[in-house]
Write a protein that binds this ligand. Structure first.
Ligand code: BYC
Length: 315
């Protein structure tokens, strides 16, 4: 049923802030674009459980452990909402996982860095979840209905994540000299990769054109990155942390913070598979995915059996 009329109708719906739903007509490019972005977003949530999972057994108190456990469980849930949203576009979960394992599908650059100590758990919550929220608040108004609704739920949970990270950092900055140094060191290591989470500069971002036309993206990579910088610099100052960038300064004219150059060579190296932990993250995912095969088989067998029974009743 693809003709000019349906394409025009589709674009009109987008232009007038309507949602596109799974059974609506959509151009093939829109479907593909969404499958790529939503599946990569889902993979990021699930791979993102690894750096933090590493610290559950070493959390410094029962309270900290409970909070961290809840946060990591949330990330698994976010992965689930997002895989389900992508499935409505006609791709199966198996295909998405296969694309992750073969390297065809990416996941966020940020999860290829190691969480070396407890301060890193603070930095991840504060900076990584902080960056993710800025992006996801904007995506709440994305044009594809199931993605937009998943974002609304995710944002509610994400703001608690950001606060748990900031609380850890604030506590450490109120502690001993060693604790302050640990917090600053974590800040130094996570700041630049967090800025890279927003993707390349707008002029170097191949997907932005279509994404903006189709209102998949509501704000550009650079606009969102700037929003994150503006709010985070002030939070850092409040607890005595220094941004590891000598070029950070308030610009009266633009009413934003100027910042130094991002190392895009590092970004490309990491997203091509050559970051400090890419191999570790993928090996871990493949190992546990394979070990879980029997659970998937049992669930699928149960579903078939149940269906047959229901069919019998109807028959
Ligand atoms: N990392 O044309 P561009 C979380 C790729 S997890 C890796 O600007 P686009 C959390 C990009 O994919 C939340 N790759 O693309 C979980 C493209 O390559 P492909 C994660 C990146 O899509 C656990 C190429 O570079 N959030 O919160 O228009 C614990 C050109 O880029 C990255 C999301 O996933 C990157 N950072 O814009 C704690 C948000 N950036 O696909 C926390 C959803 C770019 O052609 N995604 N690339 O091979 C988006 O909003 C957009 O996809 C992006 C990129 C802004 C990331």
């Amino acid at each position: 049923m693809h003709n000019e009329h349906t394409d025009q109708h589709f674009q009109l719906r987008i232009d007038t802030e309507g949602h596109i739903e799974p059974r609506d007509y959509m151009p093939e490019g829109y479907r593909k674009h969404l499958i790529r972005q939503i599946s990569q977003h889902a993979h990021s949530e699930v791979i993102g459980m690894q750096p933090e999972g590493n610290w559950i057994t070493r959390a410094p108190s029962l309270r900290a452990k409970q909070i961290l456990l809840a946060k990591i469980q949330d990330e698994g849930g976010h992965g689930l909402y997002l895989y389900s949203a992508a499935e409505t576009l006609g791709i199966s979960r198996e295909e998405m996982i296969e694309q992750l394992h073969s390297g065809k599908a990416k996941y966020s650059n940020i999860f290829n860095y190691p969480a070396l100590n407890w301060a890193d758990i603070g930095a991840i919550g504060w900076l990584v979840d902080g960056a993710a929220i800025v992006n996801q608040v904007s995506l709440q108004r994305t044009s594809y209905g199931p993605y937009s609704r998943a974002m609304v739920r995710i944002c509610k949970e994400e703001s608690f994540h950001q606060r748990q990270g900031y609380e850890i950092m604030a506590k450490m900055m109120n502690g001993t000299k060693e604790q302050k140094e640990m917090a600053q060191d974590a800040m130094n290591r996570w700041w630049w990769p967090a800025l890279m989470m927003f993707g390349p500069h707008d002029k170097d971002s191949p997907h932005t054109g279509d994404a903006v036309k189709w209102k998949i993206k509501r704000e550009s990579n650079d606009t969102l990155r700037q929003k994150f910088i503006d709010k985070t610099v002030q939070q850092a100052e409040l607890i005595g942390l220094k941004i590891p960038d000598n070029d950070i300064k308030w610009n009266e004219k633009t009413e934003h913070y100027d910042h130094g150059e991002i190392d895009w060579n590092e970004f490309h190296r990491v997203i091509k598979g050559n970051g400090p932990c890419n191999k570790q993250r993928m090996d871990h995912h493949i190992k546990y995915h394979n070990e879980g095969a029997w659970v998937r088989e049992a669930a699928a067998a149960y579903k078939t059996k149940k269906l047959k029974k229901e069919e019998l009743v109807i028959g």
